[in-house]
Design a protein. Structure first.
Length: 319
């Protein structure tokens, strides 16, 4: 577990990067609990005792399968506690845009860690980003192997940070069995450095066009998840043009990033691999087949396609 702290607008933000060993792991043989979420809860308690009113952002491999369980407390008529009804109603109204946004998840299975993680979210007022943003409308799988696919990698945040998340996505980069998860955190920053210059909030993102990536860009634009996101943006245009424009820019930036058009990416990894003598036409063909199968599985969730993808990836890694 790695914990980072920084401050913005009088808020203390704690970022927690996590790996929780899976259920029945030998790791728990010398622990006081066999539930990794209990260990996480203890760590969060220590963080909150050090930093009052801190905001939390957690990311990593939780080995927790949560299906579509609610990660917030639903109103269940607690009339037996005077005043609590008023508090819940007010709090629910202020966060309705989260709670009314159904969390999608292609993984329909839950496990013990997943149910414990949901309980932790409810207790700590934390919200799962997966399956809530238009970039991840369907709640994409984050882990794929011969035994199947699941969602066990999450980004989870407190309410105030949730409002600053401009997008969340599961990338199609399969360097391991886990697919990377990504989010953009637009934190308001104010203040001056010693020379009086203001901090700049604008992100300097540079892309470099590569004609060899044209077909990949087209494929990323027309895949079902991307088209669903574009439809959401179109529905937003009439009511809020500025937000729609920002969402469209973010959407296209994500596509360019996934296509490998970030200038820093092209200068290093892509060019280095393609210049290697061993990366011949067979490697290129196998890589294209692997990527196509991955995209096909993400679009269909077909178990046969998953098995073919896993087999093709294994063969590609042997080349």
């Amino acid at each position: 577990m790695v914990i980072l702290k920084f401050c913005s607008e009088n808020k203390t933000i704690i970022m927690v990067f996590i790996y929780i060993p899976p259920e029945n792991s030998i790791f728990y043989s010398n622990q006081n609990t066999t539930n990794g979420i209990d260990i996480l809860e203890e760590a969060l308690f220590e963080v909150e005792s050090l930093y009052d009113n801190c905001e939390i952002l957690m990311a990593g491999d939780f080995n927790s399968r949560t299906s579509e369980l609610n990660d917030f407390v639903t109103e269940d008529k607690p009339n037996y506690i005077p005043g609590l009804q008023y508090i819940i109603n007010n709090d629910h109204d202020s966060k309705s845009y989260i709670t009314q946004c159904k969390r999608s998840n292609k993984d329909k299975i839950t496990n013990n860690f997943g149910r414990s993680l949901i309980q932790l979210c409810c207790a700590k007022d934390l919200y799962i980003l997966n399956g809530r943003k238009h970039n991840d409308r369907d709640g994409e799988f984050t882990y794929m192997c011969a035994n199947g696919a699941s969602v066990i990698d999450y980004i989870i945040s407190s309410y105030n940070i949730f409002r600053w998340i401009s997008h969340f996505s599961v990338l199609s980069v399969d360097l391991s069995k886990h697919l990377p998860i990504s989010c953009c955190l637009d934190i308001p920053v104010s203040g001056h450095v010693e020379n009086g210059e203001e901090y700049c909030n604008e992100k300097q993102i540079r892309f470099k066009w590569n004609s060899n990536k044209a077909q990949l860009c087209k494929d990323l634009i027309v895949n079902p998840t991307s088209l669903a996101g574009l439809n959401d943006i179109l529905e937003l245009i009439d009511s809020n043009t500025n937000d729609a424009a920002k969402a469209l820019i973010s959407h296209l930036q994500n596509i360019c990033t996934e296509a490998g058009l970030l200038s820093c990416h092209n200068k290093s990894s892509e060019r280095a691999i393609n210049n290697q003598e061993w990366f011949d036409s067979e490697c290129v063909s196998m890589k294209r087949k692997k990527c196509k199968l991955l995209n096909d599985f993400r679009a269909t969730s077909n178990a046969d396609i998953l098995q073919e993808y896993v087999k093709t990836k294994q063969n590609f890694n042997k080349l």
